[in-house]
Design a protein around this ligand. Structure first.
Ligand SMILES: Cc1cc2nc3c(=O)[nH]c(=O)nc-3n(C[C@H](O)[C@H](O)[C@H](O)COP(=O)(O)OP(=O)(O)OC[C@H]3O[C@@H](n4cnc5c(N)ncnc54)[C@H](O)[C@@H]3O)c2cc1C
Length: 523
């Protein structure tokens, strides 16, 4: 199978999916290849904060201006992916009133609305905050669901002619002299190899950008910064909570549906395949964030996870918090004399649309096309729908015993019909693909009680054949799940894990490695 298109996009994170949509809206054919599922990279491993820009206002004013401008656009085009929580920058006595004043001035300069709050006002909004607070500043932060955002961008692009190859890795670049003319690809599930020829290749692989560039003998300056996060069992606050101090580790809490995400850490990492969270990172996050919410120490944590940020480096520094969160669009003809190849990397989830707009503008200009960008105004297809949690609650209320609505995931109220619909689409190829498209296994039990129900459904729909296949899928899921649970296993979580382990070992006979071709939960 050898294919041809106008633009080949490598990478199916927010940036790649955003570029596919922008190109499709301008009538330009494209194919996107992604080595995993959509959101396999940083787009599925971030804190889900819809930045107001406040975090960058003092040290990185350009990133702050980009954030507030995109914040307003995303609220318009993707309201169903956003929870408008608002945010507080909370000052503790050691942060001082002086930084707070600097912060408010910097926000004003960047165009970010602020409302200063007294300690009493702050505590009346968020009673779980420490009574030591000396006040807060309210900003238009929010929470964003990256999974829906990316999948919706892709769906819209596909409905306008874009094509996608998931679980397909770019393994080489096709060259004609100094021009890149496409790529060689390998389907990671079937091993099938093929090529896609295109006059333009966009490297939207984020932290992996240099791996693609190495295929053309090129390299750019990016620092890879690993960030770890924790998920609590309940929603700690109604608003996003930031610490009002220069950006540091462990100073943000983002409400996410029924839970909260605590983050982040920052450390250099060259390993793009292993994202394990260390005990030191867990301690740092709990220690730092319990300064803001003292009851955090007694909380139950359901999962830890990490992602890698590609930070575009201009000079040399070891302090990753000091590197701009801005993005870079690199034309490799101008920089390296290699035609037909552009790299777009760095930035934020928040700025994916702008990154896509700049990339598409650049390609249009080079193609000699004058077609305006439409993504600032054109809403995503699901934009008329409500916020996802409310939808699930409404669905539940509508169910009568006669309608027999079946819930697959009790923690997150995921109805069977939602998963049925995804399976009927015929696009998913792996269990993780289903988990990326629903909240299944994202709740308290982390899939302990719902993934085997899902396997029943997969069997019924002939997506998994028999016991050998089901056990293989279960084993892979449990091994992945274990990576996120192990760093937070103490107290009640540990007890629940023992229960889940006994269910899988006792009920499904998933014992030690080698037993009937399956293994025991990665322990
Ligand atoms: C810890 C952390 C917290 C963050 N928190 C926030 C936040 O709260 N708010 C915010 O706005 N931003 C946040 N970010 C930043 C944000 O997540 C990223 O900027 C954004 O997701 C980058 O999207 P992307 O599409 O450029 O890259 P990615 O999402 O990383 O996508 C690149 C894709 O390329 C694929 N790929 C790699 N190599 C190949 C290949 N050879 N062939 C095919 N495909 C390939 C990868 O599998 C991956 O899916 C955070 C980042 C981290 C790491």
């Amino acid at each position: 199978m050898d294919l041809q298109t106008d633009v080949l996009i490598i990478g199916g994170g927010a940036t790649g999916a955003g570029i596919a949509r922008d190109l499709a809206l301008r009538g330009i054919p494209s194919i996107l290849v992604e080595r995993g599922d959509f959101t396999s990279g940083a787009s599925g491993r971030n804190q889900g904060l819809l930045h107001s820009g406040g975090r960058y206002a003092v040290n990185d004013p350009e990133a702050a201006r980009e954030c507030i401008s995109e914040n307003r656009i995303l609220r318009r085009i993707a309201p169903h992916c956003i929870e408008d929580t608002g945010g507080l920058f909370v000052s503790l006595p050691e942060d001082g009133a002086e930084y707070r004043a600097t912060f408010i001035r910097a926000c004003e300069v960047a165009g970010i609305e602020t409302i200063p709050l007294s300690p009493r006002e702050t505590l009346s909004l968020e009673p779980r905050l420490t009574p030591d607070t000396i006040g807060a500043v309210q900003v238009p932060d929010g929470a964003i669901d990256p999974f829906t955002l990316v999948v919706e961008n892709a769906r819209d692009a596909e409905s306008r002619g874009a094509r996608f190859f998931l679980h397909t890795e770019a393994t080489g670049l096709l060259r004609e002299g100094s021009r890149v003319t496409g790529a060689t690809l390998r389907d990671r599930l079937t091993g099938q190899e093929f090529t896609i020829a295109a006059p333009w290749v966009v490297n939207a692989t984020g932290a992996w950008a240099n791996q693609i560039l190495a295929l053309a003998g090129l390299k750019i300056g990016i620092a890879l910064s690993k960030g770890s996060m924790l998920i609590t069992n309940t929603r700690l606050t109604e608003r996003v909570i930031n610490r009002c101090r220069p950006p540091a580790s462990g100073d943000i809490i983002v409400p996410n549906d029924t839970v909260s995400i605590l983050g982040t850490t920052s450390s250099r990492s060259d390993d793009l395949e292993q994202y394990e969270v260390t005990p030191d990172e867990v301690s740092l996050l709990v220690d730092e964030l319990s300064r803001l919410i003292p009851s955090l120490r007694g909380e139950r944590f359901t999962r830890a996870y990490a992602g890698v940020r590609p930070l575009v480096q201009v000079g040399e520094t070891d302090d990753d918090r000091g590197i701009s969160r801005g993005f870079a669009l690199i034309d490799h003809e101008g920089r390296d004399g290699v035609k037909g190849l552009v790299t777009i990397t760095g930035g934020k989830l928040m700025t994916y649309r702008l990154m896509a707009e700049r990339t598409t503008d650049f390609i249009c200009a080079r193609m000699g096309l004058r077609v305006p960008c439409l993504t600032q105004a054109q809403r995503l297809p699901g934009a008329g729908l409500g916020h996802a949690l409310q939808d699930r609650l409404l669905w539940l209320r509508r169910q009568t015993p006669a309608s027999r609505g079946e819930i697959l995931c009790d923690c997150e109220l995921v109805p069977r019909e939602a998963v049925d619909a995804i399976l009927r689409e015929g696009k998913v190829r792996e269990l993780q693909d289903i988990l990326h498209r629903t909240r299944l296994a994202k709740g308290t039990c982390q899939g302990g009680f719902c993934v085997y129900r899902l396997l029943g459904l997969l069997n019924e729909m002939r997506k998994a054949e028999g016991r050998g296949d089901s056990n293989r899928i279960l084993r892979a899921f449990l091994e992945e799940r274990w990576k996120g649970i192990r760093p937070v296993l103490w107290g009640i979580s540990l007890k629940e894990e023992e229960l889940i382990e006994s269910i899988y070992k006792g009920l499904f006979n998933l014992n030690a490695a080698g037993n009937d071709g399956s293994a025991g939960g990665g322990e």
